[in-house]
Design a protein around this ligand. Structure first.
Ligand code: ADP
Length: 436
């Protein structure tokens, strides 16, 4: 996947380097032209100086540096020359600058006719050495540019990273959003360009939210509308029970079907009633142990009718939550424990404090839940082939979905394991403790 940061850094650095290089090249050319002019002027001065030399001195004494040479000609006779100069004319006898090759090098020459003495003075300077200094000066000005490229690259990297930080913040916020959270993204102090993206995301979220809400409302309304005809059906069934044989299979199946429908509708309504807004409204300090006592008191007769042994252990621990939602959570766990545990089985409900959390355990010594199934049991409408106890409303696969939904609203975690009875299942819900 290509990176915006890498693209910007590479692009800016390449542009800067190219511009610097072109500027340095241009600088090099101008410096060389100026150096040329300067050296030519020096050569001219040197020619004037040689013209004024006392030629009675022996030319052998005139040992100049490696880079300079001269000749003084009287007609066709060489009357003086420097150590390096050859004995034939370095250049043609005509005033001005030129180039010439001798002594294995290329030389810049200047020829001058001395009007007083009638001599021709030819001076020469080695071209390779004359530019060494100029080149050094130019190189010294280019070198810092070359060396600064990594530093400039690092600076650009930091600036671009800083500029892209709001993008990282936005991406982190979107990543941390819960799957059910369709609230607008809060991108504060964001850049103008990103504000448009945030606006588009929020617009999309709002449309998605509306559509999800519509779906939810439809399901809740449908469940609500079904309540009345189902109640009417139940009344009709009750009236009929006095007139026909209630022992027949058809009658049993009809009654079973109506009960299943009623249970499903009630569970659906419970699920849609518990939304985060309602939860926030009803949030208060709740004694979880007390909630368990209330649920047990309500369900005790059913448990007793199955001769199951039910115990409640633990302490009065307080959590922050919605009593109605917590009551539903405990109620669903307990009714499942009773539903799937055979007659005379054991059920244990425990509330205790552990590692700064409040733990609710609901255990039984029923058939348990195979490990492969443990993830799936929380999915909507998932229910296994396990047959519940007689007299219990048939499963519709929403009980544990509601448990995990309520747990999520309370920032609690639900886990399933093997019960302390050695067989059967244990559901553990770990809640954050209410602040004192
Ligand atoms: P249902 O309405 O079918 O009980 P739930 O969502 O409450 O739906 O449970 C899903 C499935 O999890 C059940 O069909 C059952 O197989 C399994 N289950 C839940 N609680 C228990 C338990 N205490 N013991 C064994 N199996 C359980």
């Amino acid at each position: 996947m290509s990176s915006i940061r890498l693209f910007l850094v590479a692009g800016i650095l390449a542009t800067l380097t190219l511009f610097n290089f072109v500027a340095a090249l241009r600088g090099y050319q101008t410096s060389m032209e100026e150096a040329d002019l300067l050296f030519d002027n020096q050569l001219l001065d040197f020619a004037r100086l040689v013209g004024r030399l006392d030629l009675t001195d022996t030319h052998e004494e005139l040992r100049l540096g490696n880079n300079l040479a001269f000749q003084v000609w009287d007609q066709d006779a060489l009357i003086a020359h420097s150590y390096h100069a050859p004995v034939e004319p370095i250049s043609a006898f005509s005033n001005g600058f030129d180039f010439s090759n001798f002594d294995g090098y290329r030389w810049r020459t200047y020829t001058r006719h001395e009007t007083l003495s009638g001599h021709w003075v030819i001076v020469a300077e080695r071209t390779d050495l004359r530019y060494v200094l100029a080149e050094n000066v130019v190189l010294e000005s280019i070198l810092p540019i070359l060396l600064s490229i990594p530093l400039v690259g690092l600076l650009i990297w930091l600036i671009v990273s800083h500029g892209l930080r709001p993008l990282a913040v936005l991406s982190a916020e979107l990543k941390n959003k819960h799957v059910n959270d369709l609230s607008p993204v809060q991108a504060q102090n964001t850049r103008r360009e990103l504000a448009q993206v945030v606006q588009s995301i929020n617009g999309f979220m709002a449309r998605l939210n509306q559509s999800v809400e519509r779906e939810k409302r439809f399901s809740a309304d449908a469940a609500h509308e079904l309540r009345t005809p189902i109640s009417a059906l139940k009344v009709q069934l009750h009236n009929l029970s006095g007139e026909i044989d209630t022992g027949s299979d058809t009658w049993q199946q009809l009654q079973h079907g109506v009960e299943r429908m009623q249970h499903l509708v009630e569970q659906l309504l419970t699920l849609y009633r518990m939304n985060p807004d309602k939860f926030a409204e009803n949030c208060q300090q709740v004694d979880l142990y007390q909630v368990c006592e209330d649920v047990i008191a309500r369900q005790y007769s059913l448990v007793e009718s199955r001769q199951q042994h039910l115990a409640l252990e633990g302490d009065h621990c307080r959590i922050t939550g919605d009593v109605f939602a917590l009551d539903t959570l405990v109620s669903n766990l307990l009714s499942n424990a009773s539903k799937y545990t055979p007659a005379e089985g054991n059920i244990l409900v425990r509330v205790h404090r552990q590692g700064g959390r409040i733990m609710l355990d609901v255990e039984d010594d029923g058939p348990g839940i195979p490990e492969a199934e443990r993830e799936r049991i929380f999915e909507r409408f998932y229910h296994s082939e396990k047959s519940p106890q007689e007299g219990d409303p048939p499963g519709c696969g929403l009980g544990l979905t509601i448990v995990s939904h309520v747990a999520h609203l309370h920032q609690a975690d639900v886990s399933v394991g093997v019960s302390s009875f050695g067989k059967g299942s244990r559901f553990t819900v770990s809640f954050p403790e209410a602040p004192i």
